[in-house]
Design a binder for this molecule. Structure first.
Ligand SMILES: Nc1ncnc2c1ncn2[C@@H]1O[C@H](COP(=O)(O)OP(=O)(O)OP(=O)(O)O)[C@@H](O)[C@H]1O
Length: 543
């Protein structure tokens, strides 16, 4: 570590200790050298003893800057790892940071695009429209077509800060993992996941690609609009896209004033999410209210607008099957089926006791399902399922955890708009439709349709392929025959060798006994025994 990093390390430690966060580590997890070391830092005492531990944690992260603020936001959704009081307080973390100078943004844009701003844009506003920890957004008009655009620019000084802080976080995670092995919080994995997410956010080309993909998936959809990305103007640290003028979803009063049908809007939110999951296997995974808007046009037929596709999730067929089958079983309250599905599909080890798993599921989920359907949280059902499955040694895939977190956001948004939103009624048709497509005649027909072009292409090569395969089969039959013969020969040799070695040993023993009385006979016996051994040894060592 270089001096700068040591200094930062000290600052982090100082802020954490001054907020009394060492109290978060249970005493039995602190070995005596750690406790002793803590006592030597007597000048760094808890300065806010009157505040709750959640508030102190939040303030400490806010003091530590953007990397820690974002980390806290990520942790707030990991209710499987954190006690509820901490998770709730972390959810209040605001990504509010002072904006950086518009002139710096201009320089960065010009450097990345290789031209003066005036050559590409008119009306570039040096005053940012929004400023977050990683990037800042400016408005402008594109000269090429006079379209209103926003230019997202990565903070010029953020790269080294992120790299340094992540390195230190990793170091701390390793120390914690060393001091407290088998830690349920899995610090090293959590930091690694965070590092990947943050590095993804630093590359605006990946956000541009995700936005283009999501827009293509919902081309002409009346339910979701995704702004157009001007890909010719995108670089790793600059993103240019169409400016949208929707109503922020958090502004309920403005939505009501616009006459938006909130019930329909909430239902469409759930529909859009399940369409992304089950139709496209590609979902926007950063659905916090700052990234979701509602079109001002046709409020009776409301349309969502989604921006900031920096974080997306992708699912494979197995993930979707897992979700659909489990949800359908859950909503029939068939915990046995859920447990059996996990064992049969190998999601948990095959020797798992189905009864025990079923009973564990019932214990955590029955209280949730005791509520009216309209109040049930899909996100919490999934969270409890994952936590229980983890206890039974299932490795929950990160994309499913991402989906579960997004689901919590979607539910939060939906119920904020329309508190009686019945997610099940909206989601069930999607799950059933998907299941019908996967199983039964429809599924078989789909599979044939899917594979048809492949077979049509391969058909002319068929006779050659069949001939090659038959020749290979014949060749392999010869090989198998040869191997079989070799095996038999070797087996016979080994049997003979065992017989010769045994006979040699018996003769030698007999000869030694006879040696004092019948010297001549014993010598012959010894000679034969040695010959037997040489022969036996030769048979073993020569194949
Ligand atoms: N296409 C757009 N049209 C209009 N406003 C936009 C557009 N894109 C972004 N904004 C504004 O800029 C803000 C920040 O944008 P964005 O979420 O993409 O940045 P971010 O750095 O990823 O922020 P965060 O980390 O908070 O998600 C948005 O909340 C929105 O107000």
């Amino acid at each position: 570590m270089i001096l700068r990093e040591w200094r930062r390390f000290y600052t982090i430690g100082k802020i954490l200790l001054q907020h009394g966060l060492d109290e978060l580590i249970p005493r039995h997890w602190q070995p005596w050298p750690v406790r002793l070391f803590r006592r030597t830092l007597f000048w760094l005492h808890n300065r806010y003893p009157q505040q709750s531990r959640g508030v102190r944690l939040r303030h400490a992260l806010e003091n530590l800057g953007p990397v820690f603020i974002k980390f806290g936001q990520m942790l707030s959704t990991r209710r499987d790892l954190l006690p509820p009081d901490l998770a709730e307080e972390l959810a209040l973390l605001q990504d509010r940071v002072p904006s950086f100078d518009g002139e710096l943004a201009r320089k960065q844009i010009e450097q990345s695009l290789g031209q003066p701003i005036e050559a590409l844009f008119s009306d570039f506003d040096p005053q940012p429209l929004a400023s977050a920890s990683v990037a800042q957004v400016h408005t402008a008009r594109l000269k090429e077509n006079n379209a209103d655009v926003v230019i997202k620019v990565i903070r010029p000084d953020i790269q080294p800060v992120i790299h340094d802080d992540i390195r230190l976080m990793r170091l701390c995670a390793r120390i914690i993992a060393f001091l407290i092995p088998n830690n349920r919080l899995r610090p090293v994995e959590v930091i690694e996941e965070y590092r990947r997410t943050l590095l993804d956010e630093l590359n605006l080309m990946s956000e541009a690609a995700n936005t283009i993909q999501l827009r293509r998936n919902f081309e002409n959809s009346p339910h979701l609009y995704v702004p157009y990305v001007y890909s010719d103007y995108c670089r790793e640290n600059v993103l240019v896209m169409e400016r949208i003028y929707g109503i922020p979803v958090s502004d309920r009063a403005a939505l009501e004033a616009n006459g938006t049908d909130l019930k329909l809007l909430a239902e469409r939110g759930v529909e859009v999410f399940f369409t992304q999951v089950f139709r496209d296997s590609f979902f926007h995974a950063d659905m916090h209210p700052g990234n979701v808007f509602v079109s001002r046009e046709h409020p009776n037929n409301p349309q969502w607008i989604g921006i900031d596709c920096g974080i997306v999730g992708t699912l494979n067929r197995q993930d979707k099957r897992y979700l659909a089958e489990n949800f359908l079983a859950f909503f029939n309250r068939d915990y046995r089926k859920v447990a059996e599905l996990h064992v049969q599909s190998g999601w948990v080890p095959l020797d798992t006791k189905v009864e025990e798993f079923e009973s564990a599921l019932r214990t955590v989920l029955e209280p949730i399902f005791a509520k009216p359907l309209a109040e049930i949280s899909f996100g919490h059902v999934l969270l409890n399922l994952f936590n229980t499955a983890r206890r039974f040694n299932m490795h929950v895939q990160p994309q499913l955890v991402l989906l579960q977190k997004t689901l919590l956001y979607i539910e939060g948004l939906g119920r904020h708009l329309y508190p009686q939103l019945d997610l099940w009624q909206t989601a069930k048709p999607f799950l059933e439709h998907w299941m019908r497509q996967q199983i039964g005649p429809q599924a078989a027909w789909n599979a044939i349709k899917e594979k048809a072009p492949f077979w049509a292409e391969k058909l002319p090569e068929m006779p050659d392929l069949i001939f090659d395969t038959l020749t290979q089969v014949q060749h392999q039959q010869h090989m198998v025959k040869g191997l079989y013969q070799q095996y038999h020969q070797q087996h016979r040799r080994h049997a003979q060798a065992r017989y010769l070695l045994g006979t040699g040993a018996t003769l030698m023993l007999g000869s030694i006994i006879l040696l004092p009385s019948h010297e001549q006979l014993a010598t012959i016996g010894l000679t034969i025994s040695i010959l037997c051994w040489i022969n036996g040894w030769w048979k073993i060592s020569h194949r």
